[in-house]
Design a protein around this ligand. Structure first.
Ligand SMILES: *Cc1c(COP(=O)(O)O)cnc(C)c1O
Length: 382
């Protein structure tokens, strides 16, 4: 399927709903302008059936806003996807003032495009900016920018079930500085790319995890709870080694006692025993995942006994089931976990855990509006 009459008509509708004479919010102005630009551009020529998780089908428009001491954040605008030019003296290149977010927009069963809990990403982005001494983006501007980016790139939203438009907001200290200090100016940008569904046909492939014994991801008082760029390259060394040995990823233990589970490189972790589900508490060292929080609320509403409390690695090795959560994977069943050379197998090979499957199905049903959105999590774009 390469042409998208449905989306095109929705794009036209979006423009009709915002006639130039009517009073418009900044978002509507941005979205309407972008729609016109989108119609001039040839339709996104994407093979929806072979989408992977990468930049092959990067969206045509990106959002950019600049902050200066005098003016604060500017209005923000949509520009063609392309390089941002910064000096070698940019703070971010020297001292690493950078945070990011990961979100996705999808086509829902109601035939519209929706995003999931953007207010939560806005709040986390704000908290992250504060931790990194950067000016925070007002939550309203963040959500508006996300909506405008999606509206400008509707052609890149895969048909339902084929994947999503992955959104990557960034906040960067782009202004120049020599001595250690915060940047004098900042860039807030959002780019996007069409990506495939992690589990085609709803089938979850269980992953094999290795408990990391040498390195820690974060320490008390550090920035583990922040989606700061600097948190991720240090874990590549462990992840790449684990992958060489056949594992999908590693699980980190707490830096103080090497006893408690923290999380996986870019996912939160849950352990299941009977009807009890536990996930490590948010104490500054693990990332407060939007998916994590949603699963906690969803599991409670489905009658599970859910605890946000420390989970020892031994408890995890005795669990009935383990799964991880994150925007990209939604829920990923853990097939096995290996700790000090001992391998605990949770599921039959190739078979996802029951609770992971239940949570995956329930959450994706809400995200794509197949199920009633009792929690008010879904935000329509058009
Ligand atoms: C982004 C991320 C998660 C998952 O957060 P979501 O909001 O659910 O996508 C978990 N752990 C780490 C380290 C992350 O970077």
């Amino acid at each position: 399927m390469s042409n998208r009459p449905l989306l095109q008509s929705r794009a036209q509708c979006l423009r009709r709903c915002c006639p130039p004479a009517a009073p418009r919010s900044r978002l509507h102005t941005i979205a309407a302008a972008a729609t016109v630009a989108g119609e001039r551009r040839s339709k996104a020529n994407i093979d929806w059936d072979t989408l992977g998780f990468g930049l092959k089908d990067v969206a045509g428009s990106m959002y950019v806003s600049e902050w200066t001491q005098d003016k604060g954040w500017d209005q923000g605008k949509l520009v063609p996807y392309g390089p941002i030019t910064i000096m070698p003296s940019a703070q971010v290149l020297n001292y690493g003032q950078a945070i990011f977010e990961g979100m996705k927009a999808q086509e829902s069963s109601k035939g519209r495009v929706v995003v999931f809990r953007p207010d939560q990403n806005a709040a986390r982005f704000k908290a992250g900016a504060a931790r990194m001494s950067m000016p925070s983006v007002p939550e309203e501007q963040f959500v508006e920018a996300v909506k405008a980016t999606v509206a400008a790139n509707l052609d890149y939203v895969p048909p339902i079930g084929k994947g999503s438009l992955y959104l990557r907001p960034l906040l960067l200290g782009t202004g120049p500085i020599l001595g250690l200090g915060p940047a004098p100016s900042y860039t807030f940008t959002i780019f996007a790319a069409a990506v495939g569904a992690y589990f085609k046909g709803g089938q979850l492939t269980p992953i094999d995890l290795l408990v990391e014994e040498r390195f820690h991801r974060a320490a008390p008082g550090g920035m583990g709870g922040t989606k700061a760029a600097g948190n991720y390259s240090p874990v590549l060394v462990t992840q790449l080694e684990a992958k060489k040995n056949g594992f999908a990823d590693v699980v980190y233990l707490d830096a103080k006692t090497d006893t408690y589970l923290e999380e996986v490189s870019s996912c939160n972790i849950f352990v299941v025993k009977g009807r009890t589900i536990k996930t490590p508490p948010l104490q500054g060292t693990i990332l407060p995942g939007v998916t994590r929080r949603s699963i906690v609320e969803l599991a409670r509403s489905r009658g599970y006994d859910v605890h946000e409390e420390p989970v020892t690695v031994h408890e995890a090795m005795e669990a009935d089931e383990v799964f991880t959560t994150g925007t990209a994977v939604v829920v990923s069943s853990v097939g096995s976990m290996t700790y000090r050379g001992q391998r605990k197998q949770y599921t039959e090979p190739g078979q996802a855990g029951k609770v992971a499957l239940e949570m995956y199905a329930n959450l994706t049903d809400i995200q794509t509006e197949r199920a009633e959105d009792k929690f008010g999590w879904v935000v329509p774009i058009n």
